[in-house]
Write a protein that binds this ligand. Sequence first.
Ligand code: FES
Length: 160
Amino acid sequence: MSDPTHTARRTVLAAGAAALAGGALTACGSDGEKTPQGQSNGSAPAPAASTAPTAATPESGSAGAVVLVKSADVPKGGGTILKKEKLVVTQPTAGSFRCFTAVCPHQGCLVNKVENGTIDCPCHGSTFAIADGAVTKGPATKGLAEKKIKVAPDGTISLA
Ligand code: FES
């Protein structure tokens, strides 16, 4: 009798080994947390720059009002443009002063000339009357807005 009871059971366990072989694991590429940069980390800018336009009155004629110009500096029948303040002070007739914005109502240019009874805008040629700021020539359709001023006894002109 030949009984091939040769149960050579080979449990094939080889499969598992391969899995372990390639073990050069990529160890989870996180090299720490990102360092927070650009946050406000104490490097605050210098203390309040002192360039704010404060009311540093060079010479205030009356009660702390900022002097715009001296009446003697405004030509009769003309005017003076104050670029920094964006204002125009005019003297249509002797001793009477008016003040207007220097910003043209057409497209916002600053007027740049007071001549022949008008305040002139260089951008598109609008002109305005020195007496009341009304349009004397377009394309502007609105006059220059008037600002209230006061003239001190010493002749200094300031915003009212
Ligand atoms: Fe003054 Fe146009 S902005 S005329």
